[in-house]
Design a protein around this ligand. Structure first.
Ligand code: NAD
Ligand code: MN
Length: 361
């Protein structure tokens, strides 16, 4: 069996703290299921690297990372030291674009033992996927400033949507919806206010829907959609949105399921031409960095998505089960502060590793 080659990039802040637990969970699972995993760690795509080299990445980063099957990424950014747009565009956004990771897939699931801030919601009530377009849309490099610094200053950043780019992510979302029992797809739009790109987005959804007669399709304007996430999250199955809408929804969704600290994310190049990237939804959390209290589950669950992506279904199931079992026990000494506990990254991380080994027995 050929080893799965994984480039590990811890990044900054709590990224550095949660990454080792993600790697150790994968190692534990790999050992049990005989999946050969080869990890190699890189210090680039971090603020310390930037300070040393004046750039977030080495010149040959694309060649280096292309030799891997996957990238396992912590989080990047230290806004007090380097502006966020420099760190983000200098690393993660480059990976997503140059490796054509056009699908950003994020689960929202209310898990037993984690309290939802939404009143009266129990496990099973919230269980859906967000599919975010990940390479174009509002995150565009078309635009700029004119008359900068004068009172006639003009600033523009154009939303760029292409038929090729939108259709391929819609196809992914429709395929996913079709594979699920409820077969329901919700599209995020704003065609009332943004009257060029968004009505066009809607028309691409309609055309794609003709190829999936068994999928139930609806759409909501993004503003009311955020309200529905809070008031009736149970109606959703697969939600698809543009780069910006998908980004916003995928912090809100996991927040509705308790904490963004547990939410994972897969940046996928479905054709497998380039490595896909697996990361937690959260950022580097400078406000809690260095305290050892970050929730490691987002990172660990991202590792679960990695296993799933490469077809290691049973191993992925066991890893998720281990997380669920530990959460279901709901021990205040184990859970991290974002889940109402007083545990630490280490205590929670070790508990999950121990649970993986216990399930096996
Ligand atoms: P953030 O996700 O880092 O933090 C938001 C809030 O959630 C903070 O209060 C933080 O303490 C809390 N939080 C996040 N993850 C947690 C965890 N695992 N356990 C417990 N609490 C957790 O978002 P932000 O504050 O908007 O951004 C901070 C930095 O991270 C910025 O530099 C930003 O650009 C960067 N960022 C990076 C990524 C990424 O690398 N993919 C994503 C988002 C933000
Ligand atoms: Mn985000």
């Amino acid at each position: 069996q050929k080893a799965l080659r994984i480039a590990v990039i811890p990044g900054d802040g709590i990224g550095v703290e949660v990454t080792p637990y993600g790697v150790r969970c994968l190692e534990a699972i790999g050992e049990i299921y005989g999946i050969p995993l080869h990890f190699e760690e890189f210090e680039f795509a971090s603020v310390p690297y930037y300070k040393k080299h004046g750039d977030m990445l080495p010149k040959d980063w694309k060649t280096v990372l292309s030799q891997f099957d996957a990238i396992y990424f912590g989080a990047v950014g230290m806004p007090d030291e380097v502006p966020d747009e420099v760190t983000l565009w200098g690393s993660l956004i480059k990976f997503r674009r140059e490796f054509d990771q056009y699908v950003n897939l994020r689960p929202c699931r209310l898990i037993e033992g984690v309290r939802s801030p939404l009143a009266g919601r129990k496990p099973g009530d919230i269980d859906f996927w967000i599919v975010r377009e990940n390479t174009e849309g509002e995150y565009s490099s078309i635009g700029g400033k004119i008359f900068e610094g004068t009172d006639r200053e003009i600033v523009m950043q154009e939303t760029v949507m292409t038929r090729f780019g939108v259709d391929r992510v819609l196809k992914y979302a429709f395929d996913l919806a079709q594979s699920r029992p409820r077969k329901r797809l919700t599209s995020a739009t704003k065609s009332n206010g943004i009257n060029t790109t968004m009505p066009w987005w809607d028309s691409r959804v309609r055309e794609m829907a003709e190829k999936y007669p068994d999928v139930n399709v609806d759409k909501y304007h993004i503003d009311i959609l955020t309200a529905h996430f809070v008031q009736k999250p149970n109606i959703f199955d697969v939600v698809v949105g543009s780069n910006l809408f998908g980004d916003i929804l995928s912090d809100l969704g996991p927040a509705c399921t308790g904490t963004i600290g547990i939410a994972p994310s897969a940046n996928i190049n479905p054709e497998g031409k380039f490595p896909s990237l697996f990361e937690p939804v959260h950022g580097s959390a400078p406000d809690i960095a260095g305290q050892g209290i970050a929730n490691p589950i987002g990172m660990i669950w991202a590792g679960q998505m990695l296993l799933q992506h490469f077809g290691h279904t049973e191993a992925a199931e066991v890893l998720l089960k281990a997380v669920e079992n530990v959460l279901a026990r709901s021990e205040p000494d184990v859970l991290t502060a974002d889940m109402g506990g007083r545990g630490s990254t280490k205590i929670l991380g070790e508990a999950i590793i121990a649970e993986i080994k216990a399930i096996r027995k």
